[in-house]
Design a binder for this molecule. Structure first.
Ligand code: NAD
Length: 462
């Protein structure tokens, strides 16, 4: 009961703040964003510590994927905000002259942001940056599965930001359910498809718009690359992209790889060499690999690859350290396609390689599964690139690299089909938390009598 009352009080305070109008002021928005930047600048060490406690992330990884990403996003928003909020004139049909029309972005109201645990700082703050830039009051619900990061956000945000307009509510599923019983003006959710369904059905009660940033199985197509130096670059990018960000626990990370059967031995050898080069002979001791977030996910991953028919397909790695929640970078060759490892999102350091006779068959393989959040294709064949673009669908497509789409503010980030809907980053974040209002202004000095009845003679009135 106490929790219900607290949630209701939080929301009614935010509603009042929004009604008072202060979140609409551009000066207020800029002040909040600058204070958030100050928070991040002042607390880099605390953020490193929280991410180490939650996930064992190396400080370089934490800076690249979380601190640096948030700073970049705030700076980009601050530099462009005036332009984004400005009304945009639109051309109206000539017979309407001198009526004018324009588009005016307006804030939605009080919005709710759910974050996931794998990038617990950036995936909490990045949507919040968009919500504030658009002039909304916000509740942020960090993930309970990254408790150090959650409590860091809950403790520091009120010290830097307007606590009558920005609230952090900590907790797990129970608190989330209480939040979902309230009426919001938008819900922005980052997380699993399973919880995404809960969010959407709760939002339907009030016709609340939602953005669902979900996951799925992101494939990589590796076309046969004959040049040894190009292959080296491709494999480095693949290893860095698969195991680099949060040791495979990334929504746009690689889930599985498609290669031609004859090329697979070369690829596997090259992957093994690169894993050793990046993470040493003993990856367990490497400080550059994050650990599995918790025991529940460790068990989930163990079940995915310790099942005997799947375990038989391991060609590299496979060792586990339960006490330290560590799973070695593991490669599997052609595991059974009906096993969970090939039907569920992996979200961990396991990489199945699926062989095909001709690389073009990978298009059909991808199309026989739900639309992924991202497709990666390494190929020098322009015709094959065109086929990937025209014959498949996914949130994003990247040719010859991995994950870099995430840092391009000019590109929208989001899914399609079961990988989610709604998009954000840069101006798209601003748009996602705004309503673009259509405004038309007429005047009194021109009046067409034929608009009005009586219309006795059809031909003479048109
Ligand atoms: P999750 O769905 O378990 O949790 C996400 C959020 O939902 C958390 O804040 C959690 O507290 C809340 N939640 C949990 N149970 C709930 C319930 N019953 N009702 C309401 N809210 C509830 O996801 P996760 O484990 O934090 O993250 C992993 C998933 O997120 C993966 O599927 C991954 O692909 C996806 N993901 C997507 C993106 C993206 O940008 N598209 C980014 C990161 C992660």
């Amino acid at each position: 009961m106490e929790a219900v009352r607290e949630v209701e009080e939080t929301l009614s305070e935010l509603r009042q703040t929004f009604k008072d109008g202060r979140t609409r002021s551009i000066a207020w928005r800029k002040k909040q964003l600058s204070s958030l930047l100050e928070l991040v600048n002042d607390n880099e060490e605390n953020i490193f510590r929280a991410l180490d406690q939650d996930l064992g992330k190396h400080p370089v990884e934490s800076y690249r994927d979380e601190i640096g990403a948030v700073k970049k996003s705030i700076n980009h928003t601050l530099s462009n905000l005036e332009k984004w909020v400005a009304p945009k004139k639109v051309g109206l049909p000539l017979p309407m002259f001198p009526t004018s029309g324009w588009l005016l972005p307006e804030p939605l109201g009080v919005v709710l942001v759910f974050a996931s645990w794998n990038f617990p700082i950036s995936l909490a703050l990045d949507p919040m940056i968009g919500a504030i830039a658009a002039g909304n009051a916000v509740v942020l619900k960090p993930s309970e599965q990254a408790p150090a990061s959650s409590s860091f956000l809950a403790n520091t945000i009120p010290q830097y930001m307007d606590s009558k307009a920005v609230k952090i509510v900590e907790g797990g599923a129970e608190i989330s359910e209480l939040l979902l019983q309230q009426k919001w003006d938008k819900i922005f959710f980052t997380g699993s498809q399973q919880v995404g369904r809960i969010i959407m059905s709760a939002a339907a009660k009030n016709l609340t718009p939602v953005a669902l940033e979900l996951g799925g199985k992101c494939p990589i197509i590796l076309d046969s690359i004959s040049s040894p130096s190009d292959l080296k670059v491709a494999i480095q990018r693949i290893v860095g992209g698969k195991w680099g960000p949060c040791n495979g626990q990334a929504c746009i990370g690689v889930d599985y790889m498609l290669v031609e059967e004859k090329f697979a031995p070369t690829v596997i050898e090259s992957l093994k060499k690169t894993i050793k080069r990046f993470y040493s002979e003993s990856p367990k001791d490497s400080k550059c690999l994050a650990r599995v977030v918790n025991k529940r996910h460790f068990e989930r991953l163990r079940n995915l690859f310790k099942d005997p028919p799947v375990a038989a397909s391991i060609v590299h790695g496979g060792s586990l350290d339960e006490e330290n929640l560590f799973i070695e970078p593991t490669i599997l060759l052609d595991p059974p396609l009906n096993a969970a490892i090939m039907t569920e999102e992996i979200f961990g350091p396991l990489l199945p390689i699926i062989t095909v006779n001709k690389i073009e068959e990978s298009i059909e393989f991808i199309n026989s599964r739900p639309k992924p959040l991202a497709i990666y294709a390494f190929t020098k064949d322009a015709n094959f690139r065109r086929r990937v673009l025209s014959e498949t669908s996914s949130g994003t497509v990247v040719f010859n690299d991995i994950l870099i789409q995430f840092v391009c503010e000019a590109l929208p980030f989001g899914g399609v089909g079961q990988s989610g809907f709604g998009r954000y980053h840069g101006k798209y974040s601003f748009d996602t938390f705004s309503h673009e209002r259509a405004v038309v202004q007429a005047n009194f000095f021109i009046e067409f009598g034929s608009r009005y009845p009586p219309w006795n003679d059809f031909k003479n009135n048109i």
